[in-house]
Design a protein around this ligand. Structure first.
Ligand code: 3E9
Ligand code: MG
Ligand code: MG
Ligand code: MG
Ligand code: MG
Ligand code: MG
Length: 367
């Protein structure tokens, strides 16, 4: 029996917010899960208590109502895949077969006309989500969403290979995997759709914008690793004894105790949160209105994930409560770059943005 980890209040420079229709959105996500029969009956009964629609309402506090609903239903669907197929199911220990199943789902997302998986609840749910994404998004955003789904699927197969081998990836590989298998990148197109703008390709490709989006993903995923640690350790019975989060990675590869690993993970996420804020400030000063909206949306995604993470029964597990913070902190535990080779370029980008007074984002050509 391990000693319970007490997760401290983490640094939150972004204020909380929630969509005024959050209660309806949450109720409709529950109805959607039942209508499409997502997950086994047991998994579905758990998922519909976890306020996943409320989570969507926190991510998009001022988003278009219909798109917030798409996001709520989609996140529930993602948990149907992540919990049901990857973490609790037999496929999670057979990466090749998991990949085959996920590629079939991807085919449905890309070609909803295809006559496959007609009776499969996850495929039917995905067809519905695909139709709604195409209704509220542009063709470019629909493609971006499908491409992000492919990235997510690729990363969960990578994770399944570690589960199968009962291995723990090193921190740098874990980071690369986690920035996709946390499914944050599949949410990004919905931020745009919910506010009726579309980033220009040259804006999306800017190093600062890529770094800001990835930094947001990092904070969201590290926070999840802190807040879900108790659940993940506790659920080992359901997940065949395997779990993977940054605390386990730091314990395993650096020989840290769980308390030391927790402190190190908090320090990493605080450093990236500070970086995220600085990137947003530097980019926002010169960016287009849609770019400023995107940065604002990323901030709501980060803060909404924190507020949902400390309050959903998914993580609080009231029958055996997790020691989660009841509030957040206004100061970071540390600042400065995080020593993970794959991501140190984020700080180089910030230095360039801060150091280049004449820096200008590309503007649309004037006719
Ligand atoms: C997260 O990792 C798995 C995703 C499928 C969660 C779906 C949520 C989002 C798309 C928004 C991002 C929010 C996060 C990362 C919660 P993991 O560790 O399997 O999630 P768990 O809830 O089991 O800790
Ligand atoms: Mg997972
Ligand atoms: Mg999980
Ligand atoms: Mg459309
Ligand atoms: Mg987790
Ligand atoms: Mg706002």
């Amino acid at each position: 029996m391990s000693i319970a980890l007490v997760v401290p209040p983490t640094y939150a420079p972004i204020p909380p917010a929630i969509h005024p229709r959050h209660a309806d959105i949450d109720a409709q996500t529950t109805a959607w899960a039942h209508a499409f029969g997502i997950g086994s009956a047991g998994l579905r009964e758990r998922l519909v208590t976890q306020q996943i629609g409320t989570f969507a309402a926190r991510i998009l506090p001022s988003g278009r109502r219909e798109v917030v609903q798409v996001l709520g239903d989609f996140v529930l669907w993602l948990f149907g895949v992540d919990d049901g197929l990857c973490e609790e199911g037999a496929l999670g220990r057979t990466p090749g077969a998991l990949n085959a199943s996920l590629q079939r789902l991807l085919w449905v997302a890309e070609h909803p006309e295809a006559d496959i998986l007609a009776g499969d609840p996850l495929a039917r749910g995905l067809r519905d989500l695909r139709a709604r994404v195409a209704e509220y998004g542009t063709a470019g955003q629909t493609k971006a969403w499908i491409d992000a789904l492919r990235e997510y699927f690729l990363s969960v197969v990578w994770e399944a290979s570690h589960r199968t081998a009962d291995s723990v990836p090193e921190l740098d590989d874990y980071t690369l995997m986690r920035l996709y298998d946390g499914a944050t990148t599949v949410v990004l197109p919905m931020l745009e759709m919910a506010h009726g703008y579309e980033l220009r390709p040259e804006e999306r490709a800017l190093p600062g914008i890529r770094a800001a989006a990835q930094a947001a993903s990092f904070v969201i995923c590290w926070d999840n690793d802190l807040f879900s640690y108790h659940k993940e350790v506790k659920e080992r019975g359901r997940t065949g004894g395997y779990y993977l989060n940054v605390i386990r990675v730091l314990e395993h590869h650096r020989g840290l105790s769980s308390h030391q690993a927790l402190a190190e993970a908090v320090s990493q996420r605080d450093r990236v949160m500070v970086l995220f804020q600085r990137l947003c400030r530097a980019l926002g000063e010169q960016g287009s209105p849609q770019l400023r909206q995107y940065l604002d949306d990323l901030g709501h995604f980060v803060r909404g994930s924190m507020d949902w993470g400390i309050s959903s029964v998914r993580y609080t597990t009231p029958d055996d409560p997790a020691a989660l913070p009841a509030r957040f902190s206004s100061t970071p535990t540390s600042t400065g770059p995080v020593d993970i080779p794959s991501i140190t370029w984020w700080w180089d980008v910030l230095d360039r943005l801060d150091g280049t007074a004449a820096h200008r984002l590309p503007q649309p050509a004037t006719p």
